[in-house]
Ligand binder design. Structure first.
Ligand code: ADP
Ligand code: MG
Length: 242
């Protein structure tokens, strides 16, 4: 579904990604972890071309993401992206946030988009909040609307960049539960998260990054019980001592 081949990225002089080569199969859930500044956000942002790369290639469903001819707006509808901050449009209700792209980008009728949007809000447990505005919703609810909005374009791939990091602790679970149900339904997902219980329970593979390199990838059981690199060992022991 996604294939990284010798991906290199620089921010000016700074080498942010070095020779990242790995792949994500259809229906697979990958959790990306690693110290702050290791390149996790940069890597997942290259997948929907929020970041350009200077070397290597990335393929999504066989399409070269960074080729010149790519229609970027059309392409981005194929990749759902959920950030740390929810980025809902504040002047629009939950359902209008969810329906916006299907109507504006895909040209769906308002009625059709609304029906599908209501089903998506129901799926994230928020059908009863369809007409609420973002400021009337809790952080966890806003993030669930953001997930529904990303799903509205029926993307085959979902990217999550620390979707629970800005939430009060009591709201983390409701967002992780939505992500878990998506994973169970077979969505292909790349998730940057510090929620290691989520990784253990849901991930098919954990990717560990440090200093712009993909240091190791493994099944969660193996990664958590027996990390191979010194850097991963240190990362996990730091994590546990917090
Ligand atoms: P992570 O998500 O793992 O914390 P990032 O991918 O955000 O790491 O950042 C990786 C490195 O690239 C960091 O050293 C960061 O300072 C640098 N970086 C990220 N974005 C930019 C940018 N827009 N310009 C310059 N440097 C950046
Ligand atoms: Mg980050």
């Amino acid at each position: 579904m996604i294939r990284f081949s010798k991906v290199n990225k620089w921010y000016g002089e700074y080498h942010a990604l070095t020779d990242v080569t790995e792949q994500v199969s259809k229906g697979e859930v990958v959790v990306l972890c690693g110290p702050s500044g290791s390149g996790k956000s940069t890597l997942i942002r290259t997948v929907n071309r929020l970041e350009e790369i200077q070397g290597g290639e990335i393929f999504l469903e066989g399409r070269n993401v960074h080729s010149k001819g790519l229609d970027i707006n059309q392409f981005r509808t194929r990749v759902g992206f959920v950030f740390q901050s929810f980025n809902l449009f504040p002047h629009m209700s939950a359902i209008d946030n969810v329906c916006l792209a299907p109507v504006k980008v895909s040209g769906e009728t308002k009625a059709a988009a609304r029906e599908k949007g209501m089903a998506l809000l129901d799926r994230v447990g928020l059908a009863h909040k369809a007409d609420s505005y973002p400021q009337q919703l809790s952080g966890g609810q806003q993030q669930r609307v953001a997930i529904a909005r990303a799903l509205a374009m029926e993307p085959p791939v979902m990217l999550f960049d620390e979707p629970t990091s800005a939430l009060d602790p009591e709201m983390v679970g409701e967002v992780l539960n939505v992500m878990k149900s998506l994973a169970k339904e077979g969505m292909t997902m790349m998730c940057v998260t510090h929620e290691m219980n989520f990784a253990r329970e849901v991930a098919d593979h954990v990717w560990f990054m440090d200093q712009g390199q993909l240091i190791e990838t493994d099944k969660p059981d193996a990664f958590f019980s027996n990390p191979r690199s010194e850097r991963a060992k240190r990362f996990l022991s730091d994590l546990r001592s917090h």
